[in-house]
Design a protein around this ligand. Structure first.
Ligand code: FES
Length: 105
């Protein structure tokens, strides 16, 4: 049995390069898209839009801006875990019911 010569190894370079390129293309197509903000909320909808009438707000309320809340569109505190994992700094948008001035005080 003879030892492989350099010319034998050179014949494998195109094949190995093709395999490497094919694997890269497959990985590139299947990898998670880093720029998707919403990981799993209402993914069947083309656009997630939630509307709330301001007059219906009876108390202070927090709206999720991290897209990780199990109670979306309301904040459930999931942003804290997301921030810890990723080093991000997202938090909710809070609406406060304005206290009406009364003349009783
Ligand atoms: S859970 Fe998303 S901002 Fe709080």
């Amino acid at each position: 049995m003879r030892a492989p010569e350099t010319s034998d190894l050179v014949t494998y370079i195109p094949i190995l390069t093709s395999i490497g390129l094919a694997l890269y293309v497959i990985w590139h197509c299947l990898r998670p898209k880093a720029d998707i903000i919403n990981p799993n909320i209402k993914k069947t909808e083309e656009k997630v839009v939630d509307t709330m009438n301001v007059d219906d707000i009876k108390e202070d309320i927090s709206f999720c801006r991290c897209w990780r809340s199990q109670e979306f569109p309301l904040c459930d505190g999931s942003h804290n875990e997301h921030n810890k994992k990723t080093g991000d700094n997202v938090g909710p948008m809070c609406l406060r019911k304005q206290q009406k001035k009364t003349f009783c005080d």
